[in-house]
Structures are given as C-alpha cells and as structure tokens.
Design a binder for this molecule. Structure first.
Ligand code: NI
Length: 135
C-alpha cells in the first residue's frame, strides 16, 4: 500500500555555477540564474510504502509522518534561501532534482523508524515542472 502526504513550502534559490559568467549562467539556467535570487512555491508529495496494520488499519500514523516532514524538511526549507541557509543543500546546485534527492536523504531514516519505507519524493517547482525520485 502507498500513502502520500502533500505539503507546501516556499523558498528562494539561484541556479548558477560560480566559475561561469552571468551570460553563460543565463544561457544554461535561464531565469533561475537571476543573480538577485527569486522564489518558488513548491509542492512536496512524500509517498510511503508499507503494510496495513491489522491493529490500526493504517500504513502509518499520518500525524507522525507530518511531524517528521515538518522537523526534517519544512523547518529547514520554508521561507529560506536554499543556496545559503539550508544545511543539507550546501555545496549543491539548488535544482529541483537535487532538492528532491536532499529531501529523500532527510526523510529515509526517520520513516524507517516509523516502521514504513519511503517510496517516492515528488517535488513540483512550478505548475508545469516536477520531478519524482525513487531513491
Ligand atoms: Ni528558479
């Protein structure tokens, strides 16, 4: 059984390689290379896999999953600058792909400790673009 929790957050970023000039960064990363930062309203879907408990009828307690996502992801990302303020993104390009991998690494172990398994991170950066990561 798969169960999904949907969360939203907003955060600032800039996609750029410091060794490239602004022109080359604009060519590769487009508007997301704006030197003065910009924000996105992200939507995060955390899908967990597990067996339905005979005792509770749940795969896992969604309130516990919500607390884990809040502590390990949202507290670190919401209203933050991904490039400069988010510990698990330091030294990485702040792309949606890398952010999904970072979020997976934040949640994988805590979800195991709830007795379930992280199945997918889906992360929407805009209404038109999203990534899915399966570990
Ligand atoms: Ni952007």
């Amino acid at each position: 059984m798969h169960i999904t929790r949907r969360e939203t957050f907003n955060a600032a970023h800039r996609l750029f390689r410091p060794e490239w000039n602004d022109e080359k960064n604009l060519e590769v990363f487009g508007k997301c290379s704006n030197p003065n930062w910009h924000g996105h309203n992200y939507t995060l879907y955390v899908t967990v896999e597990g067996k339905v408990s005979d005792e509770t009828g749940f795969v896992l307690n969604l309130k516990m999953l919500s607390k884990i996502i809040d502590a390990f992801v949202l507290q670190k990302l919401d209203h933050k600058n991904i490039n400069t303020e988010v510990d698990f993104m330091q030294g990485k390009l702040a792309s949606t792909e890398n952010l999904a991998i970072g979020i997976w690494k934040q949640l994988d172990q805590p979800i195991k400790e709830l007795g379930a398994r992280l199945h997918r991170i889906k992360l929407e950066e805009t209404e038109k673009n999203y990534v899915e990561y399966y570990g």
